[in-house]
Ligand binder design. Sequence first.
Ligand code: GLP
Length: 258
Amino acid sequence: MEVIILATPKAAAIAVGQIIQRLLDEKPRAVLGLATGDTARLLYRELVKRHLDWSRVTTFNLDEYIGLPPYHPASYHRFMWENLFTHTNIKKKNVHIPDGLAKDLQSYCTRYETQIRQAGGIDLQVLGIGRNGHIGFNEPTSSLSSRTRVKTLAPQTRKDNARHFDGKDRIPRHVITMGIGTIMDARRCLLLACGKNKARILSGAVEGPITSMNPASILQLHPTARIVLDEAAASRLKRADYYRWVFQNKPTWQKAYP
Ligand code: GLP
């Protein structure tokens, strides 16, 4: 696990933007796993500014609320098109976001897994983190080897995401999410997190035990996971100075950024 600490959310988003730009330069047909949320929005702003060539890129989003039509203001379909895809030359057929209106949810989830496999697997999975450690919508106690499936949201997540809905009763209780096993199959994982309200859960994910009570902690087992943080999100890491030292002293060829 490589921990990269940068001064501000903007600097963190620029770093991740640069890593993704390098991947698309090296592999124009890259398969990206994408996330949603306010942190991801910062990243997408940065990617849009870079005017990258998305014409051969394939994407798979982590998750979607069940029951929301794609045009719903809080749906992740709408989020992705408004914040990223509309501003790129990506082909619609190469965009995959779980369908929250799918009739047969179970077979839909199995098909999503097949589609990822048929695309050659995910080269780089972008992740955020929920305040309870969720990645995608894999809430605490999710199986660490789970695949794409339907999950019930934790009350805290519904509360945290209430700001995107008018009225707390309107927040769906169920979602489709890639599983933790699905995420771990990605060739690279990159978790971006900013802000003080993520500091506690991140210290557990990075420096605590691997446990389904903090699903992001599974990234300790990933061969090439990077955690990119701003100072506030890193503020409860005990070994922050060590991570900074390692980052500053990497061999040039091994550097993710700059
Ligand atoms: C949602 C998404 C997660 C994301 C999280 C963080 O819950 N399902 O994938 O990590 O939001 O959101 P924010 O960046 O807004 O804190």
